[in-house]
Design a protein around this ligand. Structure first.
Ligand code: SF4
Ligand code: SF4
Length: 440
């Protein structure tokens, strides 16, 4: 694609990066076929190609964002299906990240939208506040229907729908500390505690710690770690995201100095995609560029690390698992086969639901901010999953677990919970009803 940026515009490193990305797009439109919003809405401006044109036009003309651009960029899930499909290697992720920053800097959102986003950015990255908010949601639940009738208040209704009715107790796995390896130590890793996940489903990191320590790996939950910054990053609040990234870089490299780290284990693929991008996000910060790149290289999805430990083949378990590949896993991190291979090795029969490339509609805060499109994508995803007639569903991202669980009665677990169970750990509570089908 031809671009017409001035030399002065190109002196801004963000514009220079975006220009390189834009030049790679050849308008072929292959990406439209796999874009969930285009597939759902049928509007070219809600396709990757349409959004690329809108962003190019806005940046080239040095214009502040307007309501039209914001509408179509806000509808983008950042699922990155387009980057998997694009034959020209267009780096849509960094382009839309830049567009979101530009929107945040140049556009004043309507009052209710501003309030909702401020609230999400102030609450979700902080587990203590998030826990309190979820408890308060129980009081607000009777008003969910009413809130959803007024468009500007719809996100509050969506939040109440998504909030679980009861919460697990706070887990020790989220507290800083060291979990020693059982037997001879064969590795040492840090684990990302995360922000929303330890409140909603502490079982995930508990299972990870149990499994890894049993396999001879020491697991450290370092003190001082904060939310990975993904949530605010996707809202275009770049300084907030970079602050979180710098803090985590310091914490993890501190652990490297203390005892060495083979990996930083991430059990939420949304967070993994962002941490693997810290090197890019902090490339313009001379004090952090190199350190952030080292952290990104150390970040591993838990399944990537487990694949290096050579787990033995287990006997068939008589359970069929529909594997839902989170967008951040398959498109963001390009991890497609590993989780399924591990599940098969662990004795599960694995099914691939149709249209596996399409997002479930969770996408960070998307299911709160865009409940209508999100609801349609969830229904489509659940239909495809249920068509495989699975006993259970496995995935590697807490956002997808929360989203899909509100659309089906089939139990949904994190892949690592199943692996922990298969290799000597506790049976996940969510599987109690399946007891009769299982060998002891
Ligand atoms: S990131 Fe997803 S929703 Fe956004 S343009 Fe690409 S395919 Fe479409
Ligand atoms: S597939 Fe790639 S090159 Fe083709 S229109 Fe989409 S982004 Fe551009």
């Amino acid at each position: 694609m031809q671009t017409n940026f001035t030399a002065e515009q190109l002196s801004d490193p963000h514009v220079a990066t975006s220009e390189k990305i834009l030049r790679k797009c050849v308008h072929c439109g292959f990406c439209t076929a796999t874009c969930p919003t285009y597939v759902t809405l049928g509007n070219e401006l809600d396709s990757p190609r349409g959004r690329i044109y809108l962003i190019k036009d806005m940046l080239e003309n040095g214009r502040p964002a307007d309501a039209e651009v914001v509408t179509h960029i806000d509808r983008c899930l950042s699922c990155l299906a387009c980057t998997t499909t694009c034959p020209s290697g267009v780096d849509y992720m960094h382009l839309v990240d830049h567009a979101r920053m530009h929107i945040e800097e140049t556009y004043r959102r309507p009052f209710w939208n501003r309030l909702t986003r401020n609230l999400l950015a102030a609450v979700l990255p902080h587990p203590g506040r998030f826990r309190l908010a979820l408890k308060a949601a129980n009081l607000g639940r009777p008003f969910a229907g009413l809130l959803k009738r007024f468009k500007p208040l719809e996100p509050f209704g969506a939040m109440l729908d998504l909030a679980p009715r009861s919460l697990p107790k706070a887990s020790d796995s989220a507290k800083p500390g060291t979990h020693p390896a059982t037997g001879p130590r064969r590795g040492r890793v840090a684990i990302l505690s995360g922000c929303a996940q330890p409140v909603l489903k502490p079982e995930i990191n508990e299972a990870t710690i149990r499994l890894l320590t049993r396999l001879g790996v020491e697991v450290v939950a370092p003190a001082g770690e904060v939310c990975c910054g993904s949530l605010v990053h996707h809202m275009g609040r770049e300084e907030q995201a970079l602050e979180a990234a710098r803090r985590n870089v310091d914490v993890w490299l501190g652990e490297v100095e203390k005892g060495g780290l083979d990996a930083i284990i991430v059990t939420a693929s949304g967070c993994g995609t962002t941490i693997k991008d810290y090197g890019f996000m902090l490339r313009l910060d001379p004090a952090y560029a190199e350190k952030a790149a080292r952290v990104s290289a150390l970040a591993k999805d838990v399944t990537e690390y487990l694949a290096t430990l050579d787990l033995p083949q287990q006997e068939a378990r008589g359970l069929t698992v529909a594997y839902h590949s989170a967008c951040s896993m398959q498109h963001g991190q390009k991890i497609t086969m590993l989780p399924k291979t591990l599940l098969k090795k662990a004795g599960f029969a694995v099914r691939d639901p149709a249209e596996g490339h399409l997002c479930c509609g969770s996408a960070g805060t998307y299911n709160i901010l865009q409940p209508e499109i999100s609801g349609k994508l969830k229904a489509r995803k659940v239909r495809n999953i249920e068509a495989t007639k699975p006993d259970l569903i496995a995935t590697g991202n807490i956002g997808c677990i929360t989203q899909i669980a509100t659309g089906t009665a089939i139990p949904i677990l994190h892949t690592v919970e199943l692996l922990d169970w298969a290799y000597g750990g506790e049976k996940p509570v969510a599987l109690t009803a399946l007891t009769m089908k299982m060998p002891a």
